[in-house]
Ligand binder design. Sequence first.
Ligand SMILES: *[C@@H]1O[C@H](CO)[C@@H](O)[C@H](O)[C@H]1NC(C)=O
Length: 343
Amino acid sequence: MRLSKIFSSFLITSVALSLPTELAATTEITTRADSSLVGYLGVFFLGNAPDIYFYLSNGNNALSFKALNKGNAILNPSLGTGGVRDPSIIAGAGAEAGKKWYIIGTDLNIAKTTWDASQRKGSLKIYIWESTDMINWGTERLVQVENNNAGMVWAPDAIWDPAKGQYLVHWASRFYSASDSSHTGSSGANQIRYAYTSDFKTFSAPQTLINASPTAIIDLSILQLGANSFARFIKNESATNVYMERSDTGLFGTWTRPGGGTTFIHSGVEGPYAYADNVTPGKVVLLLDYYGSDGYRPFTSTNLNANAWRDADRSGFPKNLRHGSVIGITKDKYDALNARWGA
Ligand SMILES: *[C@@H]1O[C@H](CO)[C@@H](O)[C@H](O)[C@H]1NC(C)=O
């Protein structure tokens, strides 16, 4: 695996050197630094507790965070399994821009079940918290998003689809045959499913977004790079690595993998999450969860036409953060979060 990765990197380099004009047409990343954003809020789970923890950046540094609330949990679900994983914070968009934030997460308390059972008869619902100020999140609701022949709904995340004017919510599921209502037989490979919502209360009927069968895939994360350009990060559950694909023709356009079909970023990782740097135009931070080790480690890139991710400075990055999310925040939110939970 290590050899094939080095080989792929070599291929990317050769392509970049031999096809400068073709790359120039698509290399430009229009992810813009945003001067209204003065910091970042990170929302994670820690693997040892079924709750959600907030982290605030130290100034406008995308790689340096401090725990809020003295490191204690901020959101504790009571519905469903009573345990949340893979929390994702979603900034409101469209009419909700600057007015609404959502945190969604997997309904799975692994202490009360097993990995096998949680994928056969796991929860088909997602946790949803919402806020108008990033401080008051109320209590969660649980909404079923998947059909009853699904084994589970894992790692829900969402992106505003500018073409549709709604939030595209996605997650990973596997499916059992209609005759196997207790889900004791074999299933199809884990795939990525989606639905649309305008309010995170009602969702359209679920459909398949990405099916890489026979490869099992989970943990999709999508980053918008420009008007029609997106990068998406996916865990290959069969190989336990994370790979990136890119589309310059929208969310339902043509996705290609920079570096070619077998290129991946790192192995032994999951829960990828990418976010734009507030300060440096075109710079992207990618978090990869070393789930067998010390959790999230940050990587950076300024060229999402290649799988050329650099190890980032980890000196200010807390250890043992697990699959979560980070968004850029304005000064009023930064100050409010710090005032409420920063002491
Ligand atoms: C996942 O990894 C396996 C094993 O390395 C590989 O055969 C397969 O092509 C990969 N699938 C994807 C979608 O990258």
